[in-house]
Design a protein around this ligand. Structure first.
Ligand SMILES: *[C@@H]1O[C@H](CO)[C@@H](O)[C@H](O)[C@H]1NC(C)=O
Ligand SMILES: *[C@@H]1O[C@H](CO)[C@@H](O)[C@H](O)[C@H]1NC(C)=O
Length: 333
């Protein structure tokens, strides 16, 4: 339900990307080895293709960051030049202040297949004075519908914060500034699909999601506040690369990459990280597909294993290591 508009923009991003890829290969820009550009290039030049024109994708002067711009003429996005099967990706992001209702600012990974895998951060804009909602979602083998939504413990429009995805054979962990906000374990033993068979590219986008994004679509985007801007910088990736040509998915699934993945990604949360995840779950979670009995009278089988409420026990944690709930009232969306 929530991603109704999503396929259109995603299809656009993918189509643009495939076109750019073909063009890049034709122009000799993408070496067959799959090495992405030269190490000397600025991060955003080395790693990304824009899927927008220069008015909607604004590369910073030093090439270490970019802004996406949404106005009535176009949405905006960028996509990684290569793909990975497992690894860690992170980016710093600052979203549009003031009235952002109807907008969706994203950072996500996705495979380009029909039954695709996808791991999402989606900032759902809001009316002035109301906080953004950060939605995460997990698709595996084309099946999504696993949304969780939280409020943040800071204002994501004021400064850059780090949004990070750890992805290995055992677990997916969504992190915000070193605080885990969600885990999704490999529960294939329960028959639950897990993203482990397809390489994924990295994407960011800013688009009009007014049909669903803000208060379930009740609040529409107000174009008199355009252009809307989402800023990105500090991109990092460490993963098992699967180049478009000579891409070897099997290598990334083999035990040969285990030590790399162990170094690059988190497999098990420390006690401190578990406490933080529990704190987020208790204080900031505003929607959880696992608790949506109207949509799912029978909860998904993985729900109990992925709960953030695991170790700390019955005492709700209101404050933790400097983390503090903003505002206090429950008006989230
Ligand atoms: C749209 O934004 C403008 C400028 O901020 C404001 O004057 C107007 O009332 C808004 N329209 C709606 C429908 O909220
Ligand atoms: C993580 O913990 C689980 C049990 O909680 C254990 O089976 C697994 O081996 C651990 N993984 C790593 C990489 O330490």
């Amino acid at each position: 339900m929530m991603a109704r508009m999503r396929p259109q923009i995603h299809a656009l991003l993918c189509a643009t990307m495939v076109f750019l890829l073909a063009w890049g290969v034709a122009m000799g820009i993408v070496p067959e080895t799959g090495q992405v550009g030269s190490k000397g290039q600025p991060t955003f030049v080395r790693h990304f293709w824009s899927t927008s024109d220069r008015h909607h994708y604004k590369l910073s002067e030093d090439g270490e960051g970019a802004e996406l711009v949404l106005d009535q003429s176009s949405a905006a996005g960028f996509a990684s030049k290569t793909r990975y099967l497992f690894g860690r990706v992170s980016i710093q992001m600052k979203v549009h202040p003031g009235d952002s209702a109807g907008t969706v600012s994203t950072f996500y990974t996705s495979s380009l297949s029909g039954k695709h895998d996808e791991l999402d951060f989606e900032f759902l804009g809001n009316e002035p004075g109301k906080p953004y909602v950060l939605q995460t979602n997990v698709y595996a083998s084309g099946i999504g519908d696993r949304e969780q939504r939280i409020r943040l413990w800071f204002d994501p429009t004021e400064d850059f914060h780090t949004y990070e995805i750890h992805w290995n054979k055992e677990i997916v962990i969504f992190m915000v500034d070193d605080t885990p906000i969600r885990i999704y374990k490999n529960n294939e033993d329960l028959g639950v699909p897990y993203p482990s068979r397809q390489a994924m590219s990295i994407f960011a986008s800013l688009w009009n999601g007014e049909e669903w994004a803000t208060q379930n679509g009740a609040i529409k985007l107000n174009w008199s506040n355009a252009p809307f801007v989402a800023a990105y910088r500090g991109y990092e990736v460490e993963g098992c690369e699967v180049p478009w040509y000579k891409g070897d998915i099997k290598y990334c699934q083999s035990s040969k990459v285990d030590s790399m993945l162990k170094r690059a990604t988190i497999h098990n949360l420390t006690t401190r990280q578990q406490a933080r995840l529990q704190w987020v779950t208790e204080n900031l979670l505003v929607y959880d597909y696992c608790k949506d009995i109207y949509r799912y009278p029978t909860p998904h089988p993985e729900c109990s294993r992925n709960s953030g409420l695991q170790i700390i026990g019955p005492q709700p944690l209101k404050h933790l290591d400097g983390l503090q709930v903003l505002g206090g009232s429950g008006t989230s969306e």
